[in-house]
Design a protein around this ligand. Structure first.
Ligand SMILES: Nc1ncnc2c1ncn2[C@@H]1O[C@H](COP(=O)(O)OP(=O)(O)OP(=O)(O)O)[C@@H](O)[C@H]1O
Ligand SMILES: [Mg+2]
Length: 335
């Protein structure tokens, strides 16, 4: 399924936020200038900007106040010039203050969920600009996001932006992903799809009706493309808030308790004026399953080692790889 530019534009935060401001979390959008984009895409030693060191008690600085670089590679140059983005850093600082001191951060489409492991709290809650720069510099998902806005045709039809959202403690058991086809809500899945929640089984029909009502009253007709997904959180009865919009596309959006095969079949069969909505929740406790984001903390090499249908444990793969390297070195020495 091709990704349509119009879908990407519609789901980019700065395009949907002004329309749905009253039904989502208070947020501030800051555009990212070319210099900052280049710094973020630079694949070199991690050096945080000057403003980080001068702003706070320097948890990432040494006792003389110089910023520590996080790459302990001995071959890295010892004198690395620290970049400086005074206006951007000030906008970030002001944004954090305006939103009450604790923010969630994302770019046009994605949050740095793959980099949460790098922060001191192991969460995406940011209270300082150093938290923000650390996440910005450590997330591959954000690099993809930046590349995506840069590759848009016509150029710069979607400007890169950073979004600061007021931090809100989320109850994952009350988050839902909703799938819309031809402007009709066709499916809903619990967002935290690996955990069994008793209350969902008990209130399934009420929740579905409330989400359908919310969709009809607040979203339907106000989103500019026919096919999309939206995520909501239900705080209490009839108190629903939009978290995000996403593309109705297997390349960009997780189908959670559906498969893209299921959803595309629903799309093909969509002819009733008011389609039935299918709401999927986990019906029983699956036991303890790995956190879907846990693999982001594992080095990419480990993941690719196991990618070719190799069922061995990670440790077996490492041992095998080390033995292979030994063999290769021995062969090279002989020749
Ligand atoms: N303001 C906020 N405060 C705290 N947590 C938040 C906030 N906004 C979002 N989250 C949490 O972060 C998760 C991911 O948010 P979001 O959908 O914006 O990121 P994403 O990169 O688009 O993720 P996905 O690709 O799964 O859609 C949400 O499910 C929610 O639990
Ligand atoms: Mg999203």
């Amino acid at each position: 399924m091709l990704i349509q530019t119009s879908d990407l534009e519609a789901c980019s935060f700065q395009n949907w936020y002004p329309v749905f401001k009253d039904h989502t979390i208070n947020s501030i959008i800051i555009s990212i200038c070319k210099d900052v984009v280049s710094y973020l895409l630079e694949d070199s030693t991690l050096v945080l900007p000057v403003e980080v060191c001068s702003s706070t008690s320097n948890k990432y600085s040494d006792h003389e106040g110089d910023c520590l670089d996080f790459d302990h590679d001995e071959e890295a140059p010892s004198e690395v010039k620290q970049p400086s983005f005074p206006a951007f850093s000030k906008a970030l600082k002001d944004g954090i203050n305006q939103l009450g001191g604790e923010v969630f951060m994302k770019l046009n489409w994605s949050a740095p969920v793959d980099a949460a492991w790098i922060t001191p709290t192991k969460s995406l809650k940011c209270t300082t600009i150093e938290d923000i720069y650390l996440l910005l510099k450590s997330s591959d998902l954000l690099v993809k996001d930046l590349m995506c806005s840069m590759q848009q045709q016509p150029p710069r039809s979607v400007n890169s932006c950073i979004v600061l959202r007021k931090w809100q403690n989320m109850d994952p058991g009350n988050e839902f992903r909703c799938f819309v086809c031809k402007q009709q809500l066709i499916a809903i899945s619990q967002r935290d799809y690996k955990v069994y929640y008793v209350h969902l089984a008990q209130s399934k029909y009420q929740i579905m009706e409330e989400i359908a009502k919310f969709f009809k009253e607040k979203i339907s007709g106000n989103f500019p493309v026919p096919n999309y997904t939206f995520d909501v959180v239900r705080h209490s009865s009839n108190k629903i808030q939009i978290i995000d919009f996403g593309l109705f596309n297997p390349k960009r959006t997780m189908p959670l308790l559906f498969t893209w095969g299921d959803l595309c079949a629903k799309e093909r069969n969509l002819n009733a004026e008011i389609p039935t909505i299918e709401f999927r929740i986990l019906g029983e406790d699956p036991g303890i399953l790995p956190n879907p984001h846990a693999h982001y903390g594992i080095p990419q090499d480990f993941i690719s080692m196991r990618a070719d249908g190799n069922d061995s444990s990670v440790m077996d793969c490492v041992v095998e790889e080390v033995e292979n390297q030994g063999l290769r070195e021995a062969t090279e020495d002989d020749s």
